[in-house]
Design a protein around this ligand. Structure first.
Ligand code: SF4
Ligand code: FES
Length: 204
């Protein structure tokens, strides 16, 4: 892989072909906020919080840094009036789901996002997909997945798999930027759906 030099926030940054702008920025200790990215997982591009300005041959466009590949002579601006406005709006929308999440509160303070701009949602999940992808890509069990579509889309544990796999795992819990995952787990557990056969009451 050949070296590529790009410019991020006025600094020359060396990157390898195939890297994303986010990877190049992080390798140079330049912070770009993310909510759906995790180095262990394939890029997803779901939250759009990592949006940056990318300029090539005098033309500027908005791209998501976790998906956009580095290229020679690319000029990246990780903060600008436009970028900050987009991040503020994304955060305000997501805060309707998770106003008490510590990670969201810190981001909201940084971008001046108003947690009350949009009506509160009954779901705490921001649909970042970290739990779903971690279980599929790393644990390879698919014990948690997305159900439904559009505004009804939500995560759900798959009882037949979760009852066998989740008790001793729960590795996805720390990845969740909100409390949605644990809440969903506790809910389905309280309904008895996750009680493994070995722990259920003996039949009389
Ligand atoms: S439950 Fe948490 S980790 Fe899973 S998609 Fe929702 S916010 Fe993301
Ligand atoms: S971190 Fe890039 S879209 Fe979520």
């Amino acid at each position: 892989m050949s070296d590529i030099t790009l410019n991020i926030d006025g600094r020359e940054v060396k990157a390898k072909e195939g890297m994303t702008v986010l990877e190049a920025a992080h390798s140079a200790d330049i912070f770009i906020p993310t909510l759906c990215h995790n180095e262990m997982l394939e890029p997803y591009g779901g939250c759009r919080l990592c949006t940056v300005e990318a300029e090539t041959r005098g033309r500027t466009k908005l791209v998501v840094a976790c998906l956009f590949p580095v290229q020679a002579d690319l000029i990246v601006r990780t903060r600008s009036e436009t970028v900050d406005k987009i991040r503020k709006l994304i955060l305000e929308f997501l805060l309707a789901h998770a106003p008490d999440s510590e990670q969201m509160k810190e981001l909201a303070a940084e971008y001046g996002a108003d947690k009350d701009r949009f009506p509160k949602s009954s779901s705490f999940c921001i649909l970042c997909g970290l739990c779903v992808r971690y279980c599929a890509e790393v644990v390879k069990k698919n014990a948690v997945g997305f159900i439904d579509r559009g505004i009804r889309k939500e995560i759900s544990f798959i009882p037949e798999i979760a009852s066998k796999e989740c008790w001793g795992c729960k590795e996805c819990f720390p990845l969740c930027p909100t409390e949605a995952l644990q809440a969903a787990y506790v809910l389905i557990d309280s309904l008895g759906s996750l009680t493994p056969a070995s722990k259920s009451a003996p039949e009389k």
